[in-house]
Design a protein around this ligand. Structure first.
Ligand code: AHR
Length: 315
């Protein structure tokens, strides 16, 4: 009797493990606190659903992501999550996944491939994020002259392309606001700092800079350090507006050293797994784009409380 019970229990465990969906996740790397949080949350969402996640860290290289996707296809996974480091060059490997009938879901960044080559994409409206950041500056400086320096994200990535477009849309027609320098900081704190140092040097020690627009908070946090080392007050002498809403930008806001950020939720995997479940269960085709919210936070939004709320979320 006991033997039979044991046999059926282990058979059950084996069956459950065997029936667990296996999902390959090609992550870009961990260039920012936001990306680290996305990885943490994706693991948590998979675990909560009993999904086996095969994780691959591409160290910022597209060729590593393409190799990872090919290895997931060879393993015969049930689906692939892809956070594409850049927007171009994915057609071939996406076609291979389609031929293998493995659904691909894009997370937080877009590709220029035909949408028929992936199941859906979960992400924010990246242009809108830039517009929200730009509109904050327009409202804040009114008709005062404002020379802006811009820290761009990874060259060729959809957030760098679209967040630049969005910000320019917002300041269009406001001739008092002008982007005078713009360069990539690759979404990292270290490069945000070094590029800002070069901007400060080139702009009269920073005296000619009114505002910094950074495509993510991590670059802004690095730049804030450079502004302070130049003897200026970030958030006052130089306004700071960025995107992501990571805990450290709220700490800077609470200290008056940053002014505004546009939130990007790190939970892209939740909606992705929900769409995959409906697709696996009954073939439901999700919409091609599942949009996440882009909320603006400023110093008026109790930044210390926002910091406390987020500091343990894996950023
Ligand atoms: O694709 C989203 C961006 O990637 C985040 O804003 C940034 O922090 C990360 O590098």
């Amino acid at each position: 009797m006991i033997r039979t019970l044991f046999a059926s229990a282990s058979a059950l465990v084996l069956a459950t493990a065997a029936s667990a969906q296996v999902v390959g996740f090609s992550q870009i790397g961990s260039e920012s606190g936001w990306r680290a949080a996305e990885t943490t949350v994706t693991n948590q969402e998979a675990e909560a659903r009993g999904i086996q996640l095969q994780f691959s860290d591409a160290q910022q290289k597209q060729e590593n992501q393409i190799a990872a996707v090919r290895s997931f296809i060879a393993q015969g996974v049930d689906a692939i999550l892809l956070a594409p480091v850049v927007a171009t060059g994915w057609d071939a490997v996406l076609e291979e996944a389609k031929e293998a009938e493995i659904p691909v879901v894009l997370l937080d960044r877009m590709v220029d491939s035909d949408p028929s080559l992936y199941l859906t994409a979960v992400g924010s409206d990246l242009v809108h994020e830039g517009e929200v950041a730009g509109q904050w500056l327009v409202d804040h400086v009114a008709d005062q002259p404002c020379r802006v320096v811009e820290l761009q994200g990874t060259t060729g990535s959809s957030p760098a392309i679209d967040r630049k477009t969005g910000f320019e849309n917002a300041i269009k027609g406001h001739d008092n606001i002008e982007i005078v320098r713009s360069q990539t900081g690759n979404f990292t704190r270290a490069e945000g700092k070094t590029v800002m140092e070069s901007f400060l040097q080139a702009e009269n020690g920073g005296a000619d800079i009114c505002a910094l627009y950074a495509h993510n908070d991590d670059m802004a946090v690095g730049a804030i350090q450079a502004i302070k080392e130049a003897g200026l007050k970030p958030g006052e002498d130089i306004l700071v507006v960025s995107i992501d809403a990571v805990p450290d930008i709220f700490q800077a806001m609470a200290a008056g050293e940053a002014n505004a950020t546009v939130e990007l939720t790190p939970n892209m995997a939740g909606p992705a797994f929900d769409a995959l479940k409906a697709y696996w269960d009954n073939g439901t085709e999700p919409p091609k784009f599942i949009q996440t919210e882009s909320k603006l936070y400023t110093q008026a939004d109790d930044p210390q409380a926002e910091y406390d709320r987020r500091k343990d979320l894996g950023y």
